[in-house]
Design a protein around this ligand. Structure first.
Ligand code: PLP
Length: 501
């Protein structure tokens, strides 16, 4: 009987192995395929400029080049890889390119890239501690390291989310949870005339993720009150005080203030210490959006940017923006993890575990049940660079931006449109005598188009106090001084050729 059982089991194994072989490579084949992938990664990292940073394609190019129906049978890995080379690479905007200076430049560092493949190999879903003990505990440890690196107090407890937009949504959900008298978790908002209108405050320069959170949480767009910014694009705190007083007088319930450290358009730093005082006085949740800027606090000389953040209830920082961790990795710190759990914890029978509340269960901290093992790539990157290596590269980026700013300031036909603390320069071409804003916008749009058409660098634009501006955002690991100099050269050349025409 035992022999028969063993034969069946053995037979089943052979059957499984053979059927799998149609779909999964043998170890030897896997190594060969992996070598080819690694070769592509190494070649890209060695010479990313073989590729245009912004592809010269129009919408639909890739879609039209691909079969409209899925493959009926297994295809060779070599064929898939060949199509990756032929179709995907030239249709990609290369964020990992040293000429990428648009939006906020980011980096997939080598150690982060390698960690990503190990994350895929483990394929962990860290819903609860039991389903991802290493993922859960490494997240706790790496986020405590990062906390120390940026100088936040010990009572800041972190979790990793996909993006800052999710992190801000979760922070504001926790803020809403403070208002337990409204029983919003149990009863919701709809059909309850007894529930007052609620308000979130942020500066007019704050990221649109605040509005998206308000839409999602049922505050609605009118539930966000944007406070005017001063000449330096920072929230005007007296306007904040007045807005809160006015809302209270009108029966609106203030919930939270979102302050930004490094705004999206111009990288302004809101006066967090003063905003924190207002929040303490008004008993409001203070969320700090340091998605981009927070990383700079690793530098001792930039630590000031987080002044006042010790009073925040939550703070988001994106290691996938300026900490050399590949997309996606957003860290949400909070001093009130109890309220975060209060907002999101919901444990169906099938997810109860013998560890119970002794262990952290990441599913309790947001909407997603499933969670990737993102801490692994953060751990690889923090260890590969060390705090000193991270600081050195961020400092280098700030130095390049300072240099670029000096070039702009040194030109009689260009002007800087916003103060610069980080690695982003906001500027425009402004030939003497041309004062019409619409004409300046057209001119600068054309300059930007010409620069981006080069394929060497990719810059983006914004509006600074209503004025169209070009943004140079330096943040890719492989960007050197010569890339930045080339960007300035291309901007000047484009400007002068357009003005001459
Ligand atoms: N906050 C700020 C200040 C940002 O600049 C951005 C995006 O650039 C975000 C939030 C949203 O980031 P994410 O793409 O991670 O949602």
């Amino acid at each position: 009987m035992l022999l028969l059982y063993a034969l069946i089991v053995r037979g089943a194994k052979i059957y499984l192995d053979e059927s799998l072989m149609d779909f999964e490579p043998s170890p030897q084949e896997f190594r060969r395929a992996a070598d080819q992938v690694v070769e592509r990664i190494a070649a890209f990292l060695q010479e990313p400029e073989r590729w245009r940073v912004l592809p010269a394609i129009t919408p639909g190019t890739l879609r039209n080049a691909l079969p409209s129906a899925p493959p009926a049978t297994s295809e060779d890995f070599a064929d898939i890889l060949a199509d990756f080379d032929r179709l995907i690479m030239p249709a990609t905007t290369h964020w990992n390119h040293p000429g990428f200076m648009a939006y906020f430049a980011t980096s997939g560092s080598a150690s982060g890239i390698l960690a990503e493949s190990l994350i895929a190999m483990l394929n962990v879903n860290a819903m609860v501690w039991r389903t991802g003990p290493a993922a859960t505990e490494l997240e706790e440890v790496t986020l405590d390291w990062l906390r120390q690196m940026i100088g936040l107090p010990k009572n800041f407890d972190g979790v990793i989310n996909d993006t800052a937009s999710s992190s801000t949504l979760y922070a504001l959900a926790a803020a809403r949870e403070m208002h337990s008298d409204l029983r919003l978790r149990e009863e919701g908002l709809a059909g309850r005339p007894e529930v007052p209108r609620m308000r979130i405050y942020c500066s007019e320069e704050a990221h649109s993720s605040v509005d998206k959170a308000a839409i999602t949480l049922g505050f609605g767009l009118s539930g966000v009150r944007r406070i005017k910014a001063d000449d330096h694009y920072r929230m005007d705190v007296s306007a904040l005080r007045n807005a809160i007083a006015e809302d209270r007088a009108n029966g609106i319930r203030p919930i939270a203030v979102v302050a930004t450290v490094g705004t999206t358009s111009t990288t302004a730093v809101d006066p967090v210490p003063e905003i924190a005082q207002v929040c303490a006085h008004e008993k409001l949740w203070l969320h700090v959006d340091a998605a981009y800027g927070g990383s700079a606090a690793v530098l001792p000389e930039m630590r000031w940017i987080l002044n006042g953040c010790e009073h925040a209830h939550s703070l988001v920082i994106n290691p996938h923006k300026w900490l050399f961790v590949p997309m996606d990795c957003s860290v949400l710190y909070t001093t009130r993890p109890d309220l975060m759990r209060g907002a999101f914890s919901l444990v169906p029978d099938y997810l109860t575990t013998p560890e119970g509340s002794v262990a952290r269960n990441l599913m309790d901290y947001g909407v997603s049940l499933g969670r990737r093992f993102r801490a692994l790539k953060l751990w690889f990157v923090l260890r590969s660079f060390g705090t000193a290596g991270i600081a050195e590269n961020i400092r280098r980026h700030i130095t390049y931006a300072t240099q670029f700013e000096n070039w702009v300031r040194g030109s009689s036909t260009f002007e800087v449109l916003a103060p610069r603390d980080f690695s982003v320069v906001v500027f425009r071409h402004h030939p003497p005598g041309l004062e019409d804003e619409a004409a300046l916008e057209t001119l600068n749009t054309r300059i930007l188009d010409a620069v981006n058409t080069s394929g060497e660098v990719f810059l983006s634009h914004t509006k600074a106090k209503g004025r169209y501006a070009i943004r140079v955002a330096i943040g890719n690991l492989r960007t050197t001084e010569s890339h930045v100099a080339r960007a300035w050269e291309l901007v000047q050349k484009s400007a002068f050729s357009l003005v001459e025409v």
